[in-house]
Design a protein around this ligand. Structure first.
Ligand SMILES: NC(=O)C1=CN([C@@H]2O[C@H](COP(=O)(O)OP(=O)(O)OC[C@H]3O[C@@H](n4cnc5c(N)ncnc54)[C@H](OP(=O)(O)O)[C@@H]3O)[C@@H](O)[C@H]2O)C=CC1
Ligand SMILES: CC(=O)N[C@@H](CCC(=O)OP(=O)(O)O)C(=O)O
Length: 395
């Protein structure tokens, strides 16, 4: 497919402007139990730039926290009233992230000094382990989207095995809804606590779940080779992430045992309604952001590559953020940088009966903060694309 056709499918300026206009004029129905209803009054006040929903950002001084601040700068209804940090508590966000210095933001405070009385919803951008300790102490009126892995695995024993620590908030775990938006949107609508998926699991489940649900691929033979930019590891310095360790090379890690394997298998097994295991190897690439999952599958007996392609097209035809490209077009991380899009395609392997899927996302956006915002929009009854219609950065 030509570049022109590709742009017209995914990122046509006119299309996005039209869609944005539609969102801004939309009156949103209340969700059951939801606290926010966009009324004519609210729309007027938002036009005066008054933000209706007060957001707390826990772990604001990390990469995903900063990405949420960047996204919310263009959100007409969500304003940040509280931001927390650990080592950076007491500092201004502009001093921690100079690219955000033009925004009027609260000073970073320690979680123990945080006042949630004027907060409606929080994004929790903290390391796993720490997260559950902090979330279990939060007031119950808050809607929460947690970006860590603490509430993703339903099986507590599995969590404890893969994360090497006991789970101390098992009741909250039972309440949590897994927020793979395009697949579990209905569940997200009524959730109070959403466990935002990991970046690898997002890029992998989005193409595989519809194929598995339609019984088009063999469950026993799924091989995933995935690659991530270094920002996936967070901002805290680690020897393995030094420039001299990453540049000019590829690093395979978590070989045979990466903690995202059980999360991926949980989602695929739900889709199959039987236990699925996968071969999964992640790699660290000498790039800052972006993620590609290349997935090798065996088609079910009598199924063709056209069946797989049409199934993905059908499943995602009305989705803003998941695009199945025209036949033959190879998804590239260059085409999703800084955006909430997942681009995917499927190819017939040279070996009969096999197919190759390529799926790309920005690990910090669709793989973390973007999907988190998409989920909070849904939880509060706002159009899910609000504040997210960013064009990708290219080159
Ligand atoms: N980076 C990515 O692409 C993705 C990340 N995630 C997950 O999202 C979460 C955040 O990731 P990311 O932003 O990359 O991480 P960072 O390491 O960049 O940031 C972590 C944040 O948590 C704060 N923090 C660390 N320890 C504590 C503590 N003990 N008490 C209170 N606050 C603390 C840090 O504060 P300070 O800096 O001031 O010390 C910082 O604000 C993690 O669970 C991560 O696994 C999920 C998907 C993708
Ligand atoms: C490059 C890199 O290190 N990536 C991280 C995954 C980022 C992510 O999604 O982490 P959570 O599951 O904690 O949310 C890793 O492999 O552990």
């Amino acid at each position: 497919m030509s570049t022109a056709t590709f742009s017209s499918i995914c990122f046509n300026q006119g299309f996005l402007r039209k869609d944005e206009a539609k969102i801004r004029n939309q009156r949103v129905k209340p969700i059951v139990g939801g606290s926010f209803v966009l009324s004519a009054k609210c729309m007027q006040s938002s036009e005066k730039n008054k933000k209706e929903v007060h957001i707390g950002l826990l772990g604001a001084s990390g990469y995903t926290g900063a990405e949420i601040v960047r996204l919310l700068a263009n959100h007409p209804y969500f304003g940040i009233t509280l931001m927390t940090a650990d080592r950076k508590a007491g500092q201004s966000m502009g001093s921690v992230f100079p690219h955000l210095a033009t925004q009027d933001l609260p000073t970073l405070v320690s979680v123990k000094d945080a006042d949630f009385s004027n907060v409606d919803a929080v994004f929790c951008c903290l390391p796993h382990g720490t997260t559950q300790e902090i979330i279990k102490g939060l007031p119950s009126h808050l809607k929460i989207v947690d970006l860590s892995a603490d509430f993703r695995l339903r099986d507590i024993a599995e969590y404890e095995e893969w994360y090497g620590q006991p789970h101390s908030a098992t009741d909250l775990q039972k309440e949590a809804v897994y927020g793979l938006t395009e697949i579990l949107r209905e569940e997200v609508k009524s959730a109070r606590l959403v466990a935002n998926p990991g970046c690898y699991p997002t890029s992998i489940q989005l193409p595989l779940v519809p194929l598995i649900k339609a019984k088009l691929i063999d469950h026993g033979n799924i091989i995933i080779d995935a690659k991530s930019g270094v920002s996936g590891a967070g901002r805290g310095s680690k020897e393995a992430n030094l420039y001299s360790e990453i540049a000019e090379g590829i690093y395979s890690y978590g070989v045979t045992r990466h903690r995202h394997a059980p999360e991926i298998e949980q989602g695929l097994s739900d889709a199959a309604q039987s236990r699925i295991t996968v071969s999964f190897t992640p790699h660290l690439m000498p790039m800052i952001r972006g993620m590609q999952s290349t997935i090798y599958v065996e088609m079910s007996k009598g199924v063709t590559i056209e069946d797989l392609y049409q199934q993905l097209r059908k499943c995602y035809k009305d989705e803003e953020f998941v695009k199945v490209l025209d036949k033959g077009v190879v998804p590239r991380t260059h085409n999703i940088r800084g955006s909430n899009y997942c681009l995917m395609n499927i190819f017939s392997d040279r070996i009969p009966g096999r197919a190759i899927i390529i799926s790309v996302i920005d690990n910090l956006v669709k793989g973390a903060s973007g999907q988190a915002l998409q989920n909070l929009n849904i939880m509060l009854g706002f159009p899910e694309t609000t504040g997210l219609l960013y064009q990708p950065l290219f080159p």
